[in-house]
Write a protein that binds this ligand. Structure first.
Ligand code: HEM
Length: 528
């Protein structure tokens, strides 16, 4: 309905005014005051200055001016959806975690898929790792499994993460390139970080240009612990396997899609869910104990290593179904805060130094990104289980201690004394014995950087191997410094001689000497 009223009465210039009435709500200020005219600021005379008393104008512009919040320091571009986790095989004999007890039970979940290096407005089909972050709202608090679509990581210690990300993001003097892989800084860092070689094989494979989020695997990457009621620990690796199988595009398709529709992946997820074609993943676990871990040639605390499925099969225990798109992209997908430290009773950390550092980093960055210690009060982050403690106040506090007491111990009664500890239901850490001198050191068990890189490469089909070679030649051809290219080839020589030769040939480089291995790779060791 078009109205005239004020603007015309006041001689205003013929704008379209749409009026409230019937089912159409009345426009109000943030303060709830009904608005008469949202098109014209308040002026002294039709051609006069705008008046500072125009609180509606000032509030509207003020709010707009502050719409942006910092984008995530990594994984800025992402897309989320709601769903549920259903347990299909009980782990009650292994863990007290509530969500792993009762077969058939549904637990609400929210998932955000992302790219790592690009900014919030970058294109979906970049050659990049994909984040696969899952928040499961269990009855004993939220469990965040903040994983990727690749089961290993570039670095072994979180202290190197700022360097990795600085090297991957645009170069600071020029502010480009956006592409994480195709530039000198990235490959310079990688060439000086041999522990990244296993990850590099995965990055250069088709895994980093997925057909859509629905065709990706996901991995918790680190070794975690499951604890039973007695505190007995079992090591665990988590795997998500897509029901639709694994599919990727090829590089020239990725380039075309990025140009034609940079929103290709988010559009795909939205379209599938709104059409009722709900994407689904199987949750699988690799379970093992300390004694089994000792039998490996690598360290299960090293996040650059997988446990081969031939050695330890993945046991399916549940499924994740995404069946609802968000109502509001900003409120949910942008404000969701995943954090590796969010684990319910029955799930615990291992000493993986990457995981230990992540447990600090997420909470810290989210204070900056979301602006308040109270970001767990935002509905997408709030647990769906009861929350009661004596933390109070701070910016945007939506819930405070209830009753008279805001401290403990206290001698107020049940109604005013507030919540109490629960030694039985409460979270308890694994009682691991830890001792030794304080040192900045990498254990010897983390030293083999090439064996699993080779295992991955040789496990690929001929066409997949060709794609890895092509990707390396393409990416390294963007690197200006010949010494950086040669250093990468020197690492490839420790992985696969043919691959190294192909890449050197593609770059018109003479074959360098192999990089000095930190210690002999497993393939070099005499058979035991
Ligand atoms: C964000 C995965 C290592 C710091 C994310 C996200 C994922 C992820 C999936 C996006 C979460 C979302 O969708 O909101 C991983 C994996 C890692 C890893 C699988 C290695 C196994 C690290 C390390 C650090 C780190 C070592 C720092 C020491 C961050 C930060 C964010 C982030 C600061 C932004 C969080 C936010 O603003 O909410 N990571 N990451 N990550 N990661 Fe990691």
């Amino acid at each position: 309905a078009l109205s005239h009223s004020f603007a015309e009465e006041q001689g205003g210039g013929g704008e379209t005014h749409q009026s409230a009435g019937g089912d159409v709500a009345t426009l109000t200020t943030q303060n709830g005051v009904p608005v008469s005219d949202d098109q014209n600021s308040l002026k002294q005379g039709a051609r006069g200055p705008t008046l500072i008393e125009d609180f509606h104008f000032r509030e509207k512009i003020f709010h707009f001016d502050h719409e942006r919040i910092p984008e995530r320091v990594v994984h800025a571009r992402g897309y989320g959806a709601h769903g549920f986790f259903e347990l299909t095989d009980s782990l009650a004999d292994i863990t007290r975690a509530d969500l792993f007890q009762r077969v058939g039970e549904h637990t609400p979940a929210f998932v955000r898929f992302s790219t790592v290096a690009g900014s919030k407005g970058s294109a979906d089909l970049a050659r990049d790792v994909r984040g696969f972050a899952v928040k499961i709202y269990t009855q004993e608090g939220n469990w965040d499994l903040v994983g990727n679509n690749i089961p290993v990581f570039f670095i072994q210690d979180a202290i190197k993460f700022p360097d990795l990300i600085h090297a991957a993001k645009p170069e600071p003097d020029r502010g480009f390139p956006q592409a994480q892989t195709a530039h000198d800084n990235f490959w310079d860092f990688i060439s000086l970080t041999p522990e990244s070689m296993h990850m590099i094989m995965w990055i250069m494979s088709d895994r980093t240009i997925p057909r859509s989020f629905r065709f990706m695997e996901g991995f918790g990457v680190h070794t975690f612990r499951l604890l039973d009621a007695e505190g007995k620990s079992t090591f665990v690796k988590f795997h998500w396997k897509p029901k639709l199988g694994l599919q990727s595009v090829v590089w020239n398709e990725a380039v075309k899609i990025n140009g034609a529709d940079p929103d290709f992946h988010r559009r795909d997820l939205w379209n599938a869910i709104t059409a009722g074609d709900f994407p689904e993943w199987e949750l699988g676990v690799q379970l093992f104990d300390e004694a089994f871990a000792e039998t490996f040639d690598f360290d299960v605390l090293d996040p650059t290593k997988i446990i081969p499925e031939e050695v330890l099969p993945v046991r399916p225990i549940g499924r994740l179904v995404l069946d609802r798109v968000v109502d509001n992209f900003f409120a949910e997908t942008e404000q969701v805060a995943f954090c590796t430290q969010n684990v319910p009773p029955g799930i615990d950390f291992s000493n993986d130094p990457l995981l230990q550092g992540r447990n600090f980093s997420y909470l810290d960055t989210q204070l900056k990104r979301l602006g308040s210690t109270n970001f767990t009060h935002i509905p997408i982050n709030a647990p769906k289980s009861p929350v009661a403690n004596f933390q109070q106040d701070g910016h945007m506090a939506m819930r405070n201690p209830v009753g008279r007491a805001n401290y403990e111990p206290n001698s107020w009664g049940a109604t005013t004394g507030g919540p109490r500890e629960d030694p039985v239901r409460g979270f308890r850490s694994y009682a691991e014995v830890a001792e030794g001198p304080k040192l900045r050191i990498r254990p010897e068990s983390f030293a083999d950087h090439y064996s699993q890189a080779r295992q991955f490469y040789v496990s690929q089909t001929a066409i997949e191997q060709k794609h890895i070679g092509d990707a390396l030649v393409f990416e390294l051809s963007k690197v200006e410094r010949a010494d950086i290219r040669a250093r990468i080839v020197s690492h490839l020589l420790n992985i696969d001689g043919d691959l190294a030769a192909t890449v050197a040939d593609g770059l018109a480089l003479p074959l360098p000497q192999p990089a000095q291995a930190a210690r002999p790779t497993i393939m070099d060791l005499p058979p035991s």
